[in-house]
Write a protein that binds this ligand. Sequence first.
Ligand SMILES: [Mg+2]
Length: 262
Amino acid sequence: MGINSLVSPFDAIIFDLDDTLYPSTTGIDRCVKRNIELFLIEKCGFSESKAAHLRVELFKTYGSTLAGLRALGYDITAEEYHSFVHGRLPYDSIKPDVQLRNLLCTIKQRKIVFTNSDRIHAMRALDRLGISDCFEQIICFETINPNLPNSTRPDEFPVLLKPSLDAFRIALDAANVEPRRTLFLDDSVRNIAAGKRKWGLQTVLVGKTVKSKEANYAVEFVNNVAQAIPEIWANKMEYKDETITRTKSELESALAIALVGA
Ligand SMILES: [Mg+2]
């Protein structure tokens, strides 16, 4: 894939949120894990030692602790779970990211967030970063689990999350994108693999310097996409009634602006 044609291969860019649009060094992820264990102890009655083990096992088997608990018959609502697990997070540790905001502003394609997190958490994190207005659409837990509030018993509807086939189907339908012309960024190797293998998305593994098998690209930080994937900025420009293709120097100027902020 090159920029010889000067036409971007991407019509849309889908970003995961946690550990993708902000780095894991904020400590938020560590706090989420601890809060999940406290939920298992305080709300479900498990011992401290059992809770840590169970959190990992439920994630591996069901995709999340909430999904696992409901599948096992625990009558826990998503709202109750999310308000406990996310409600007490140290959001102050997510700092405004002006470089990221500038970078996103130079990307003319449709920009969409696709996260397993609930909408309240997604909006709080995006607001802290100062980028909530940079996205056309936020696809979150509520989007991919529309029937959950109507369930009459906990195992009536399985909780859907990335990397499940159904979660991607609902999200890609909601986003209305052509997967092969869509760039998908996520820090999870499992999500990248599902997006690539099952849906044909173009994939970027975030937070790693080495690509996983199904990743087209790897970037240590989301801000590094300017250097790693300049094809994003190759584009056609509309001018009066005719479509003209950007010249190489115009493209280089656009990239230089993006790189300043990266
Ligand atoms: Mg993530």
